[in-house]
Design a protein around this ligand. Sequence first.
Ligand SMILES: Cc1cc2nc3c(=O)[nH]c(=O)nc-3n(C[C@H](O)[C@H](O)[C@H](O)COP(=O)(O)OP(=O)(O)OC[C@H]3O[C@@H](n4cnc5c(N)ncnc54)[C@H](O)[C@@H]3O)c2cc1C
Length: 431
Amino acid sequence: MTGSSLEKGHEADVVVVGLGTAGSAVSAFLAEGGLRVLALDRRPLDEAGARWVNGVPQWMFRESGVAQPEAPELRGNGQPFHLVCGLGPSRVVLRDTGLLEVDMRHLVARLQERARLAGARLLGEVTVTGREGSALQTSAGIIESAYVIDASGLGGSGLVPPTSPGPDHLCAAAQGVYEVTDLEAAQAYMARHQVEPGDTLCFTGIAGGFSILNVRLHDGRLSVLTGSIPGQGHPSGKSILDSFVAEQAWVGARVFGGARAIPLSRPVDRLVEGNVALLGDAARQVFTVHGSGIGIGMIAARTLANTLLAGDPLDAYGYRWMRSFGALQGTYEVFRRFTAELSVDEIRDLVDTGLMNAQTAGPTLAQRWPSPSLSGWLRSLIGAVRRPRLAARLVAVGSRMAVVRGLYGRYPRDPGELGAWSRKIERALPL
Ligand SMILES: Cc1cc2nc3c(=O)[nH]c(=O)nc-3n(C[C@H](O)[C@H](O)[C@H](O)COP(=O)(O)OP(=O)(O)OC[C@H]3O[C@@H](n4cnc5c(N)ncnc54)[C@H](O)[C@@H]3O)c2cc1C
């Protein structure tokens, strides 16, 4: 449903601002729990949220209570992932990744429909412009509600002070699905890079340590995903993507896709301001190592909904989430900052020596805590003997990660102690 019809003095238990994945998921969970939910998006509903293909680990659907996607929403399921250093040939191949390739246009529509069926009221083309106490100002009039959930994405809706991190912590990403005009040439390209059709070929370090150019041939079409940190002097994901497409004569017209910035820092330290809770990109709830916000945003939506449905104070959402997934995200930020500094030769060294291998890299792709795999760490140990300096840097990163993890375990229940906690986290993260 689009349109901006809103009765005068409309009231709701919860108003959700933004109907991307995070906002749509929380609207569904809350309405299913019996709350009166009014959810708004400034765009038409069928244009809300991400409009491209995202990789989301299967376990995150289970954890958040969202059914696994099926075709046409599902475009890939656990295919091998070739993490190539620069343009090759060194690589780590991750198998049984559990990573689902999801057409976000369908996932957003599915979550919106689930919310609607549970009784939530969804309105498109309504912009939230501010609030005064419990009164929310919108382009369709004032709305009274007990709680507001701000799931308005990285730009925010102005309900709380801006939460976007600095340019050093912003990934400029682009993704597109393209027609393939010459399938044989496309297959030859994949074969040249020793990749089976359907596998993901991911060139990393092509524009700074954090960057990727990720291509996948599927059902006669090509998916391209790029990302980089322009704030560190690199070309944007969109320009990497455009150059790649222009250089490959076999890539045809774009079918769908988009480009946007993704926050790569830890989540905002304060998830709750009065009766407003931040959710999704608006809260910087993104797995920092590769800028993935879909799974984490849906899980945060579940935590937030459970808190409200249990009748617990809104602040409980803050510390519950921070002590679990906030800790995961914050801890991995140390690693993400390290990778951003790496040159492509250093990435190659990590891979060629075995310091980085499938067992140690797998959990990062799956957005899990580092794995205790003995064989993986043994290979790393052998690599450490061959490259002691690089290994020493990795050990320093690991010990800093342990400190940050410990601090998240002590995320304060009392919001009054948050200032002191934030200062400790700032000191623990590398510059
Ligand atoms: C190219 C690209 C590739 C990506 N790849 C991956 C990936 O592989 N895996 C992954 O997990 N993540 C990926 N991400 C990140 C992921 O897309 C985001 O983290 C996710 O979409 C954030 O969802 P959200 O619901 O928090 O916010 P959004 O999707 O940004 O939705 C916010 C909504 O709020 C609305 N809104 C904003 N302001 C207002 C207002 N004032 N009033 C009313 N409505 C408002 C907007 O119109 C929008 O619809 C990628 C991102 C990009 C750009």
